[in-house]
Ligand binder design. Structure first.
Ligand SMILES: Cc1cc2nc3c(=O)[nH]c(=O)nc-3n(C[C@H](O)[C@H](O)[C@H](O)COP(=O)(O)O)c2cc1C
Ligand SMILES: O=C(O)C(=O)c1ccccc1
Length: 331
């Protein structure tokens, strides 16, 4: 499990660079601003108390007996956005029941489109307020080092198939093939997801300005700068390096979200000042879930949010809207 979570594709070059890349920026604080009360409140396909949220990650039942239900419970208590993975080990409806407010659903296009469509419909019916289409995984990254080190995940077929079982065609032989990733996903799929869900679509896994602009032209309602935590294309650039180019290219037409190597409130502050509207956490949520369940997830999100709030005040920003590009230098 440790290897599955921590490592990435190839030689882990992209994984190793992720955290250092945020640390290459430095802050240019404002002074003599009233920072008596600092708010981290944020609106993005829902209203939240913090712009620090939960990136979609697979198979939470391996980390905690309550799986994604515990993660969702932890997110709600922190007022943080949560993105539920297509590879959730808890039923979409059961996770949604743990959340009274908004949440987002991550879409993997599976080989059998009708299964993906059914998951999208169920998520929308259960109260999701946005769809996150993962674009960087036409097939899963080559994780040879992990494979050499790891044993199979302690995950039963029943857990892995929780959400798809009911949609498998009668007598389907190789169902693993039906739910595997599609390699032919395209810009047209943004509209495909939007039409089924009747909800905004975020495209996750964008690392270039021109690609972000193409997504917006194709109807994306937000773009999410991500290299999938270094698990897809090794030697892909860091998200800290890619973010400014993407922000410049979309020029305020849609919100930009970012993840990858964000580990404290200062990383979050840098990302928000560079123009991100929200900053998402992958692995840290999994550590917190494994260690302390829902309370661990809330504790993690609260701690990073408190750190962000304190740093915002010292940088002279009382609201997220006060954060701008002039606050950061470097890279
Ligand atoms: C174990 C693991 C499973 C993941 N599963 C998914 C997934 O199901 N869907 C998806 O879009 N991204 C998935 N991701 C990528 C995350 O959403 C996110 O992009 C990445 O973890 C962010 O980097 P960080 O872990 O450094 O915070 C996964 C990442 C990890 C570590
Ligand atoms: O491991 C991953 O990063 C991931 O996104 C994934 C893809 C397919 C199945 C499970 C997880």
């Amino acid at each position: 499990m440790w290897h599955y979570l921590t490592r990435g594709a190839g030689d882990d070059r992209t994984v190793h660079e992720a955290q250092d890349a945020w640390n290459r920026y430095r802050l240019r604080p404002r002074v003599l601003r009233d920072v008596t009360s600092v708010s981290t409140g944020m609106q993005l396909f829902g209203a939240w108390q913090t712009p620090i949220g939960i990136a979609p990650t697979a198979f939470h039942a391996v980390l905690h007996p309550d799986g994604e239900v515990a993660t969702a419970t932890g997110a709600v208590a922190a007022g943080a956005p949560m993105v539920l993975s297509s590879r959730s080990t808890r039923r979409i409806e059961d996770v949604a029941a743990a959340i009274s407010g908004p949440w987002w659903f991550q879409v993997y296009l599976m080989r059998e489109r009708s299964i993906t469509a059914a998951l999208i419909e169920r998520a929308a019916a259960a109260g999701a307020t946005a769809m996150v289409l993962t674009a960087d995984t036409p097939y899963v990254g080559h994780r040879a080092r992990t494979a050499a080190l790891s044993r199979p995940l302690p995950l039963s077929d029943e857990q892995a198939l929780t959400n798809v079982q009911q949609h498998l065609p009668e007598g389907a032989g190789d169902y693993w093939d039906l739910i595997d990733q599609r390699a032919d996903l395209s810009l047209g799929d943004i509209g495909w997801v939007a039409d089924i869900a009747e909800l905004p679509v975020v495209v996750k896994g964008v690392l270039r300005g021109d690609e972000a602009a193409a997504c917006v032209d194709a109807g994306a309602d937000a773009v999410w700068v991500s290299n999938h935590g270094g698990r897809q294309l090794d030697r892909a650039i860091s998200t800290a390096a890619a973010l400014p180019e993407v922000v410049a290219a979309v020029a305020g037409s849609v919100p930009v979200i970012v993840d990858g190597g964000v580990r404290d409130g200062f990383d979050a502050l840098v990302a928000l000042a560079l123009g991100a509207s929200a900053v998402m956490l992958g692995r840290p949520v999994m550590w917190a879930l494994a260690a302390e369940g829902a309370a661990g997830v809330t504790g993690l999100l609260d701690e990073l949010t408190a750190e962000l709030r304190h740093a915002m005040g010292l940088a002279g920003a009382a609201r997220l809207a006060d954060l701008d590009r002039s606050l950061v230098t470097g890279h």
